[in-house]
Design a protein around this ligand. Structure first.
Ligand SMILES: Nc1ncnc2c1ncn2[C@@H]1O[C@H](COP(=O)(O)OP(=O)(O)OP(=O)(O)O)[C@@H](O)[C@H]1O
Ligand SMILES: [Mg+2]
Length: 324
């Protein structure tokens, strides 16, 4: 059984300009112990999709349809009180930009103990302190830094603290939203290695968001590519990287610099994503797609199983024609 199964999920926002269709009909799934990468341009709905899982959407968001099955239970139907029991202990989140969100007035150790003391009342302060110190060591920080304040740590170390903090209540699923984006390249690699190590050590499942597709392909078991609120391709990382099936994924991969070869000209994808307030009638990528056929303008393609665990949402695929 899949540990997480998101079925036909839509998340909309009420705004002055109208309803923002930030996530539309998303299907995604994840087995225990798997690392799923989610990629796509800024604004495509990565954060919104993943924040819907632990029920942490902003006030003006609502879920018009869909299910989020976690170990078989639909999280969309749970009350806020029930979700409080799910957060930290079953699902934890490393938020986008989290390393700058530590309280500057409190020691790192104290902040890390808070979720334990709040969610596991039977655990003593001493035990919580021990657990925090052990996790600090697991992320490569000496335990005697327990009493340090956030400003005494570098950016990379603060991010290590946030990673350790996401594990304090021993969750099954960790959502890491752009965990390395704000860090310099050398540190990025170390943090990604650390996340991979922790996934193995604690048998975690993880969803990692990044706009850097090459990073995700290297690290993750599976990849989901999002475009304008929809998942357009999903499959094993290596397969998606070497045999992309959706024209958008192909373009994204072509826009990556070749780090081993000579300097190459990086082609952006001409054009812009469609409006999420008045979404187009057909495929959301249609306007920018060089492979389009007439029906793309009038039909939104579903995510279709192409065999081998590889899925794409493209009118050409469902027509039986190869895209690339
Ligand atoms: N509270 C909100 N109210 C209205 N619209 C919102 C709100 N939060 C997000 N949106 C819109 O929803 C869409 C999806 O946003 P989201 O933050 O999920 O994208 P993202 O893929 O995480 O982008 P990024 O890579 O920049 O983090 C965007 O168009 C965004 O402007
Ligand atoms: Mg985001």
């Amino acid at each position: 059984m899949n540990m997480l199964e998101i079925k036909d999920l839509s998340v909309h926002f009420k705004s002055r300009a109208g309803t923002v269709h930030a996530v539309e009909g998303v299907n995604l799934w994840l087995e225990k112990g798997e690392l799923l990468g989610v990629a796509g341009e800024s604004g495509c709905g990565k954060t919104t999709t993943t924040l819907a899982i632990p029920g942490l959407l902003p006030q003006n968001a609502f879920i018009p349809k869909g299910q989020i099955l976690f170990n078989g239970e639909d999280l969309v139907k749970k009350t806020e009180k029930e979700m409080e029991k799910v957060r930290w202990k079953q699902i934890s989140v490393i938020f986008q930009g989290a390393m700058n969100a530590l309280n500057p007035l409190q020691t790192v150790g104290k902040q890390m103990m808070e979720p334990i003391l709040l969610h596991e009342p039977h655990v003593s302060k001493k035990e919580a302190e021990e657990r925090v110190k052990e996790l600090l060591e697991q992320v490569g920080i000496e335990k005697n830094r327990f009493t340090n304040y956030p400003h005494e740590f570098s950016g990379g170390m603060r991010q290590r603290v946030m990673i350790a903090m996401s594990l304090v209540c021993d969750p099954e699923l960790v959502i890491a939203d752009e965990p390395v984006t704000a860090l310099d390249v050398m540190i990025q690699a170390q943090i990604l290695e650390l996340l991979k190590k922790l996934v193995k050590k604690y048998s975690l499942s993880m969803i990692m968001i990044s706009h850097d597709l090459s990073v995700l392909c290297e690290l993750c078991d599976k990849i989901a590519i999002m475009y304008a609120g929809r998942v357009v391709e999903y499959g094993y990382a290596r397969e998606v990287f070497t045999h992309p099936k959706h024209p958008y994924t192909v373009k994204l991969l072509h826009s990556l610099p070749d780090i081993y070869g000579e300097k190459v000209f990086i082609n952006g994808i001409p054009g812009y994503p469609p409006s999420l307030i008045t979404p187009p009638a057909g495929c959301p990528f249609c306007e920018r797609c060089t492979e389009k056929i007439p029906e793309c303008g009038s039909r939104v393609p579903e995510l279709v199983d192409l065999g081998g665990g590889h899925y794409a949402a493209c009118c050409r695929q469902t027509e039986g024609r190869a895209v690339v």
